[in-house]
Design a binder for this molecule. Structure first.
Ligand code: MFK
Length: 332
């Protein structure tokens, strides 16, 4: 059954100044690289307030596509929206459209509109703007805690615990020790290792090689933010979950198609529902599936489970996919 415990995790430091480290610039630098709390909280999710309801966000990791990572834009939009509500309401859902590619060479402005303050619910609309044009439109709704006898949830799938599994990084290192790894593939995998994505992933069923058969479009992995964030800041955990939720989600739709690669793919929209308290810096099981793909689009749906079996977050996204056959002789 769903966890209906009233949360005491109500303090809001989202976007506040989080100092860390021992004051030594060198150790602060090391911590900045290693600790997600530094990278995301003091940098990416720490928006600069420019005016009333107007914020500026900067970037950390940019994907190979050279367009801004969607999870970063959604996470920052949620930070901006959350700044305009009190400590007694929690985001329960958000709905976004990615309308233009984000430009990694300039900052993003976030403009928050107060749509409605009701008795139980508060609704905000956020526009992420670059070069005077919206790149994302986001609606977020916040709700007071209102416990009810109506409660149920699906059951978490049975999977091995994260302690029994290797991280994606470890799997890549292992793969690179094999003889005869093609040079192009080696370069690609080394680039993946060099990515400073502040997210850790442990696949439940790692792909033995990149040349995989077509499978049911479903995958499961343990995921958490890198570094320590700690308890007591549910708003921040939701913003970090928004960042994480977009990372390895959309490619679920490609699993049904072997021998093709996406020459262009991008998320068109992103929706999330936050059900209960969780910690984004602790392992959560991300269950991703794609019920449909056609017409150059694919739909993905995801559930993030706390490791105690409580359904914490549900996500949904549609993406555009332009695919081409893989030439296996020259393949990565
Ligand atoms: C494992 C680690 C990897 C992690 C990566 C995580 C990534 C997760 C997913 C994301 O975060 S994606 C980032 C968030 N989403 C976006 O940035 C999408 C923003 N929205 C848009 O860019 C536009 O709204 C969108 C492209 C979706 C639609 O705009 P248009 O209708 O003007 O685009 P159009 O379809 O005409 O063209 C899009 C591209 O497809 C190309 N194209 C069009 N028709 C085509 C065709 N028939 N065949 C092949 N390609 C085609 C077209 O040239 C163009 O390529 P370029 O961008 O390189 O120029």
């Amino acid at each position: 059954m769903a966890d209906t415990r009233a949360t005491d995790e109500t303090s809001d430091n989202t976007g506040g100044n989080h100092s860390s480290g021992d004051g030594n610039p060198e150790s602060r630098e090391v911590e900045k690289i290693r600790d997600l709390k530094s990278v995301l909280v003091t940098s990416v999710l720490n928006l600069e307030e420019l005016d009333v309801n107007l914020y500026r966000g900067t970037h950390h990791w940019v994907p190979r596509s050279r367009r801004l990572f969607g999870g970063q834009i959604v996470g920052q939009a949620l930070v901006a929206a959350a700044k305009s509500v009190g400590d007694d309401v929690y985001v329960h859902s958000l709905h976004c459209y990615f309308v233009r590619a984000g430009d990694p060479t300039v900052a993003v402005l976030y403009q928050v509109d107060h749509i409605r303050d009701g008795r139980s619910f508060m609704v905000r609309s956020v526009r992420a703007i670059q070069h005077g044009q919206p790149i994302l439109i986001c609606q977020a709704s916040f709700h007071k805690l209102q416990p009810s006898p109506l409660q149920h949830q699906f059951t978490m799938p049975m999977v091995p615990p994260p302690e029994d599994l290797l991280t994606e990084e470890q799997l890549i290192h292992l793969y690179l020790t094999k003889p005869n790894v093609p040079e192009k593939l080696r370069q690609f995998l080394n680039q993946r290792l060099a990515n400073e994505v502040p997210i850790e992933i442990k696949p439940i069923q790692p792909q033995p090689s990149l040349r995989r058969p077509a499978t049911e479009p479903r995958k499961l992995f343990w995921v958490r933010a890198q570094g320590h964030i700690g308890e007591g800041n549910m708003k921040l955990h939701c913003c970090v979950a928004a960042y994480i939720s977009d990372y390895a989600f959309l490619d679920t739709a490609m699993l049904s198609l072997a021998d093709y690669k996406a020459k262009f793919f991008a998320s068109l929209d992103h929706s999330m529902w936050f059900h209960t308290t969780f910690r984004s810096d602790e392992w959560m099981l991300y269950e991703c599936e794609s019920p449909w793909a056609a017409n150059s689009r694919g739909l993905v749906q995801g559930r993030m489970w706390r490791r105690d079996g409580v359904l914490a977050v549900s996500c949904s996204q549609e993406g555009v996919f332009r695919v081409q056959p893989v030439n296996h002789r020259n393949k990565l």
